[in-house]
Design a protein around this ligand. Structure first.
Ligand SMILES: [Mn+2]
Length: 308
């Protein structure tokens, strides 16, 4: 993959030096929006002119419109490999991980063309960003995209490389934590009752039972607004122990298998899985541009999007 990434860098530098606009198109889900944010930041940092748009698919119509724009270079992130129509464009770089419909007719960076190792679109895009240097602060975005596409726990060397690099550069904290979703964005009782990956007999799916349970173990505040991320270390342990006890009492299989690896973005101050959920909401509600700004820490009105 290295030599193709190097060709992509050379091509981007050439077009930038000519002062031409680089046309970027990315996918509309969390992986695509994080990929878009990574490539956009790289373009800003190397002082390249660019124009970005987000789409959920690439049909003939869209490709024709892009062709009529007559740009010197088109870059597709987290999309493109499965659309051979992109070959109709003059000068193309595809950074993607979807099943390829063509090989190296263009600058095509897709791990599936180089062996069995898989990774997300955001990780492929990060590998390009890394070639330019000084983009380690974008590593959390690479991880968030991988979490969004459920690729983070794949036994993949590429994945592992990004995770190790992200932890080392202090972009991400990897934590073993109880399987509760919405650790930062929902009140704890709602998060506990709606975490279906970890059954708590009598409590999963029942908000008032969750309120009672949390109050019994002494970690609920008066107005019930606390989130999981507000808990102290001791309270986290109390919660985990109490969940395990409940599961033992009800003869659940593997009562103590309630933990998972989570990835926390030090920059966005939230877990990657929640950021991915927020980005998917932006994409589906046709507010993808705000999703990209959210990735960059510029837009922060995500609560409005979650209510919709
Ligand atoms: Mn993807």
């Amino acid at each position: 993959m290295e030599h193709v990434l190097n060709s992509a860098v050379d091509e981007i530098i050439r077009v930038r030096d000519n002062g031409d606009i680089i046309r970027i198109v990315s996918h509309f889900d969390a992986d695509g929006l994080t990929s878009a944010a990574i490539i956009m930041k790289v373009m800003q940092r190397i002082h390249a002119n660019f124009h970005l748009s987000i789409t959920n698919r690439l049909d003939e119509n869209i490709i024709n419109k892009l062709k009529n724009e007559n740009r010197e270079l088109y870059i597709f992130t987290d999309i493109g490999s499965s659309y051979s129509d992109v070959l109709n464009l003059k000068n193309v770089i595809v950074l993607d991980h979807h099943q390829p419909k063509f090989e190296h007719d263009i600058i095509h960076v897709n791990p599936l063309l180089f062996g069995k190792d898989e990774c997300s679109g955001s990780e492929v895009t990060y590998f390009l960003a890394d070639k330019f240097g000084g983009n380690e602060d974008l590593l959390d975005l690479a991880i968030i995209g991988a979490v969004g596409d459920c690729m983070i726990n794949y036994d993949s060397k590429l994945n592992k490389k990004i995770i190790d690099f992200a932890i080392k550069s202090n972009s991400i904290q990897k934590k073993r934590s109880i399987k509760i979703f919405s650790k930062c964005t929902k009140p704890l009782y709602k998060a506990v009752s709606s975490s279906f990956d970890m059954n708590i007999p009598g409590i999963t799916g029942n908000e008032s039972a969750a309120v009672q349970f949390l109050s019994d173990i002494g970690i609920l505040n008066n107005d019930h607004t606390r989130t999981f991320s507000d808990l102290t270390k001791d309270e986290e342990k109390t919660l985990a122990d109490s969940v395990i006890i409940k599961r033992i009492e009800h003869n659940e299989d593997n009562p103590d298998s309630i933990f998972e690896d989570t990835y926390y973005s030090n920059r966005l101050k939230m877990n990657a899985s929640e950021i991915a959920m927020i980005l998917n909401a932006y994409g589906r509600l046709k507010e993808a541009h705000l999703g990209v700004l959210f990735c960059l820490g510029i837009e922060n009105n995500y609560k409005k999007i979650l209510i919709k």
